[in-house]
Design a binder for this molecule. Structure first.
Ligand code: HEM
Ligand code: HEM
Length: 230
């Protein structure tokens, strides 16, 4: 999606060494998920389970979108661009990695952990049921009450694990900030200065965005309706 201008054009505003690192879909998904995780926690704690489910379905749609965007989206969004093997991760830790934009080789794996935990959390929520069987996820009819309660127990446990990794995520960002590397501004504005020797990442067009958004909406709607066809 070419959400922002081409960047660096004559009179277009941004100086030529600033490029779009994170496109609008990546940023929107990120900040929406961050807000919805907080909202999911609040809505469950305050017994607003209808809101809680809606928040979960929205996270589900965003995750499906991000998964597809990770294959057909902009260069820095693609898993193939930021998932590196152990040798590259070690080279990065040893300060021997080539300059680049996007997730660094270690950060790429923390992204996978965060998205996977979120997907597990939503997946467990779909089968969860409260102790008096009044509130439940849309797929709880596929499991017995006792299994549903066991899954709910895991829904609680995985939430705590998610909190640990969100905490580590924030600590990592604070460590970079302390070393004068601001990662937050690019996640807000999309733009960052291109390191010497690195090339500007390629941005996806509108067609892959429409494909990913349509599939994500359809998947979230279908799952939220208990996998029923009507
Ligand atoms: C519930 C809370 C949060 C979750 C689950 C979360 C998760 C994630 C995920 C999955 C990514 C990868 C984005 C992608 O490739 O699409 C990411 C990146 C990022 N997040 Fe968060 N995040 C949360 C909160 C925050 C907060 C509060 C901040 C800022 C203070 C923040 C700053 C960033 C930054 C700067 C990046 C880009 C890191 C890089 O340059 O590689 N996140 N986050
Ligand atoms: C479609 C997705 C989801 C569904 C259908 C769902 C469903 C439920 C249900 C039925 C409960 C009540 C269980 C009980 O009585 O203890 C619950 C609790 C809870 N959910 Fe979800 N959930 C979903 C997604 C999420 C997400 C994304 C988060 C957070 C990231 C989350 C966090 C929690 C927490 C923390 C509780 C326990 C609250 C407490 O301690 O009382 N859920 N969920």
């Amino acid at each position: 999606m070419t959400a922002e201008g081409a960047g660096g054009g004559p009179g277009a505003g941004p100086s030529p060494d600033r490029v779009t690192v994170w496109d609008a879909p990546v940023r929107l998904v990120h900040w929406a998920i961050a807000a919805l995780v907080a909202f999911s926690w609040w809505s469950a704690k305050s017994d607003h389970l209808a809101w809680h489910r809606l928040s979960g379905y929205t996270i589900l749609g965003l995750l499906v979108f991000r998964l597809i965007w990770g294959v057909i989206g902009s260069e820095t969004a693609r898993f193939s661009s930021f998932l590196a093997g152990p040798r590259t991760v070690l080279a990065y830790l040893g300060g021997r990695a080539a300059p680049r934009v996007g997730h660094n080789p270690l950060g790429g794996w923390s992204v996978v952990v965060l998205f996977t935990l979120l997907a597990i959390q939503v997946g467990l929520g779909l089968f969860s049921v409260d102790e008096d069987a009044i509130e439940a996820g849309p797929l709880d009819r596929f499991v017995s009450f006792n299994t549903g309660r066991a899954i709910t127990h895991w829904h609680h446990l995985v939430f705590n694990l998610l909190l640990v990794f969100i905490g580590l995520h924030l600590v990592a960002i604070a460590v970079y900030a302390a070393r004068r590397r601001d990662l937050v501004s690019p996640m807000l504005s999309g733009r960052a200065i291109l390191p010497p020797g690195a090339t500007a990442p390629r941005r996806a067009g509108l067609a892959p965005f429409v494909v990913a958004a349509t599939l994500a909406l359809a998947a979230a709607w279908w799952i939220a309706h208990g996998l029923k066809l009507s």
